[in-house]
Design a protein around this ligand. Structure first.
Ligand code: EPZ
Length: 437
């Protein structure tokens, strides 16, 4: 068995300019949407992450022909060769987002046979909103051990109400509805920027989708959709992570392709800490300069445009070193605070009460051996290692690979000291598989 880990050493303030990659949480669902058009879809600005490679494996398992040019970040998916609607359980177990093929498979084939996505460290993560609403659209859902078989003669357009603006449920229903004759409404829908990016690519494919306040998406079914070329949106979560790396190390960076208009609450909190955030005149790109005396701020996560839950962990790290006390409330997932125990190993002073964390700033963190529990916790722990006194070694690196495209190289490019190791458990020596200095 090979054990991978990342070693992070105390780094100087990060400085420089860095472009962000395409958004993982847009590209995965947009890859799934390629099933809806029987032809060759070309997607650009595709991050090289393990989740993207898993989604490619899934599409190929269904019969699609996929070519991924990792140098040019270009993906070509020919879905005309998709012949079956069963998703293998191994792929499902590796990535929950695999469940996003259910809507497209029902729309195109009237059938989907999928393993139930497991829960994860964030919580149970049920799929009841997806299934309840598919049933309202005329789908018969049979659950047997860990499998779901969903079938329908003809999907029916309905007015559907989500009890919570679930991103995945909104996306799955949209993709089931675009080829369903009649008008489907989704009330209390998720309007995250990544959902918006899905709607943009579907409109380009020929779908008839409009949005209304409050948070309603209206889909009028069309006969068929065309395969298109599309460039996926930049990743606001990677942008936030890089800004926090600069904030935590007291640095100064610019991200030319960041989209500040979809990061308002997060950027507001950085400014309330005393940091300087400058948005370019054309509204594209962010220049950031850290304050030398950051003040602790409180926040709670919530659906867009609230504070994104996917930036909660790295933002918590910034609070561990700020002056004062920060109260952080995680309202999206019931168990997204596992990184607290890891940060305590590094000397952070954090008390947890239910889904709240009370963080009291300390003068500095200390390096430790820590374990990443999810994609965003992994990011937070790497950022903490950049300023901790001494070295930090983080295992659970697979989480880190899932969510980012070479984020380690980007941090090193800005001055971070990050090394990637693979230690052969059988052998005695550790060897560098990637060393960035
Ligand atoms: C998407 O997950 C993202 N993943 C998550 O990013 C993100 O944190 C989340 O949206 C919230 O913004 C992708 O887009 C691939 P939800 P999703 O359905 O769709 C509960 C990352 O780190 N719920 O909006 O699964 C659920 O348990 C990942 O990149 C039900 O109860 O999120 C959670 O508490 C993590 N029943 C809440 O709703 C359901 O049927 C929000 O989940 C569905 C969800």
């Amino acid at each position: 068995m090979v054990k991978d880990f990342i070693r992070i050493s105390t780094s100087l303030p990060l400085k420089g300019s860095c472009e962000i990659s395409g958004a993982k949480n847009a590209v995965l669902v947009i890859m799934a949407s390629s099933i809806l058009a029987s032809g060759k879809t070309t997607l650009r600005n595709i991050p090289v992450s393990s989740d993207v490679l898993t989604m490619i494996e899934l599409l190929e398992y269904l019969g699609a022909e996929v070519f991924f040019d990792q140098e040019e970040n270009r993906l070509e998916i020919d879905s005309s060769t998709i012949v079956q609607s069963e998703v293998c359980p191994d792929i499902m177990s590796r990535m929950r987002a695999s469940f996003l093929v259910m809507g497209p498979l029902l729309a195109r084939f009237g059938r989907a046979h999928i393993a139930l996505p497991g829960g994860c460290s964030l919580g149970k993560r049920p799929i009841d909103y997806h299934l309840k609403n598919f049933k309202k659209m005329g789908v018969t859902v049979e659950e047997e051990s860990h499998f779901i078989t969903a079938t329908c003669q003809q999907l029916q357009a309905r007015r559907l109400v989500l009890e919570y603006p679930s991103v995945g449920a909104t996306e799955n229903i949209i993709m089931a509805a675009v080829l369903t004759s009649g008008v489907t409404e989704i009330v209390n829908a998720s309007l995250e920027p990544e959902v918006d990016d899905l709607i943009s690519v579907l409109r380009k494919m020929g779908a008839n989708i409009t949005t209304q306040v409050p948070a309603t998406i209206i889909i009028e079914g069309v006969e068929s959709l065309n395969s298109v070329e599309y460039s996926v949106m930049p990743d606001r979560l990677e942008a936030g992570s890089l800004l926090l790396a600069a904030a935590i190390t007291g640095g100064e960076i610019s991200i030319p392709n960041a989209q500040p208009h979809i990061m308002d609450v997060f950027l507001l909190k950085l400014e309330e800490m005393g940091h300087t955030v400058v948005v370019s005149d054309n509204g594209k790109g962010i220049f950031f300069k850290a304050t030398t005396a950051p003040k602790a701020v409180s926040f709670k996560t919530g659906p867009f445009p609230g504070f994104p839950t996917d930036l909660q962990a790295p933002m918590m790290v910034a609070q561990t070193l700020a002056e004062g006390t920060s109260i952080i409330e995680e309202t999206v997932f019931e168990n997204r605070l596992l990184h607290i125990q890891e940060l305590r190993k590094m000397g952070a002073q954090i008390e947890q009460i239910g889904t709240k964390a009370i963080v009291t700033g300390v003068p500095h963190l200390v390096g430790a051996s820590v374990v990443a529990t999810d994609i965003r916790a992994a990011c937070g722990l790497v950022l903490a290692g950049l300023v901790a006194h001494g070295k930090t070694e983080m295992t659970g690196v697979a989480h880190f690979d899932r969510g980012y495209d070479r984020l380690t190289q980007k941090l090193v490019q800005l001055g971070g000291k990050v090394e990637r190791f693979s230690s052969e458990v059988l052998g005695s020596s550790s060897k560098h598989i990637e060393k960035f200095v």
